[in-house]
Design a protein around this ligand. Structure first.
Ligand SMILES: [Cu+2]
Length: 189
């Protein structure tokens, strides 16, 4: 297959393979929620005046949304674009939006440091019985990659980029084969 290919083109392929292999691999680890206020699963006495999420990477400033939902009624209390400060995104809750006792969900979609949309939610409860801060509860961070399992329509971003990654690896492997053939041919000369 390579016999008809001019030598210079063969070496161009080899250089291409080297470039692909030398290129830094994209980060696999997407940003996750490290901490939040309120914490996921927490029971608080009063509705927080501000909700915030701390992510594992620097949040990109665009396309970030928070949504507070009353899980009892299903009603959305508040949506808005959070203020981003490094790894922390926060949204103030106006006094007239601070609801009473009940269970609430803070849903989020942020653009994580690798440029992918990251969605997820935390839940908390407002109850006069007192504060309970879960010690082991981890915020639920749902990356697009895992969301694809649940056939979520919005999971396209991650799948597309993963496909690009696999296509890149496949191309690198193919070009590596070209490199091996080229080296073998040289040795045979
Ligand atoms: Cu990602």
């Amino acid at each position: 297959m390579l016999k008809s290919v001019p030598r210079t083109r063969r070496w161009a392929a080899v250089l291409g393979a080297a470039a692909v292999l030398a290129a830094p691999l994209p980060a696999y680890a997407h940003d996750a929620v490290l901490d939040s206020n309120p914490k996921d699963g927490a029971v608080v006495k009063e509705f927080p005046s501000e909700v915030s999420l701390e992510f594992s990477g620097l949040i990109k400033p665009d396309f970030n949304t928070f949504a507070l939902t009353d899980l009892g009624s299903g009603e959305q209390i508040l949506t808005g674009e959070p203020t981003v400060d490094g790894q922390v995104a926060s949204l103030p809750v106006p006094e007239n939006k601070r609801a009473g006792e009940g269970k609430y969900q803070l849903g989020y979609q942020i653009t994580s440091s690798d440029g992918h949309a990251t969605r997820g939610k935390i839940v908390f409860e407002v109850s006069s019985t007192g504060d309970v801060t879960p010690s082991t509860a981890k915020p639920e961070a749902k990356e697009e990659a895992s969301a694809s399992k649940s056939q979520d329509a919005n999971a396209d971003t991650e799948q597309t980029s993963n496909f690009g990654l696999f296509a890149g690896i496949a191309a690198a492997v193919m070009l590596l084969g070209v490199l091996v053939v080229a080296v073998k041919k040289r040795r045979d000369l």
